[in-house]
Design a protein around this ligand. Sequence first.
Ligand SMILES: [Zn+2]
Length: 259
Amino acid sequence: MKTLDDLRNAVAEAELVLVGIGEEFETDWDRMRQTEPYAEWIREIEEKDGMGWLLQYLRADYLRQYKEKETEEAYAGLYKLLEGKNYFLVSLCTDGKLDEFAWKENRIVSPCGGYTRMQCRGCQGMLVDAIPYVDEVIHQCEINQGKLEQVKCPVCSECGEPLAFNNIFAENYDEQGYLPMWDIYMKWLQGTMNRNVCVIELGVGMKFPSVIRWPFEKLAFFNQKASFFRIHSRLYQMSEELKGKGVSIAENPIVFLRN
Ligand SMILES: [Zn+2]
């Protein structure tokens, strides 16, 4: 059975390290449903019509109030593993927890967006800081307990359309939030050709396979010098082409990295 030491050795030998972080790292939103005051508010939101938009604001607030110690320790382990290396991180998470570490500049791309910026349905390309809107909505929830339908959905100051968080749950996801970083990632990827690159997948499932899983497999397959590690609690199986080359580790990556 392959261990963290095998991964450490592969990273140490590699010139470049590409890391994909997947669904297994996302904040556990079920925990929010068991935490007050969110639990109470969610019950009310689900009983009434047309209030689904509020859930995203509760998530944004929950993210700044609560930390998941295990995930944080796992990221700290990853940070240590990558110290001094030339790396790039691609994350499917929307919770922004990865951003709390001092990674090298311009080395993280999060194509699913997050909860720190707002977008407008009408004004594409215009992103604004989410904090004042979250503060206001949460304040409104606190003073309107039991009558949350009174809470007003924030609107765009330019056109009056409702604002939404700049993430994949937005009705009209504005990809300008991550595309500039995606371009930097594509250039970095070009630099991996014919070089010893260690490709690591951490808890990446099949939710958006075209972002991490498939392109990572392809890279590992075509690059003769690449090594490939897939760590997942359930979806750890290796594709036929990569059997023999890729390493499957059937373990929760959070547990794995905390060691
Ligand atoms: Zn607008």
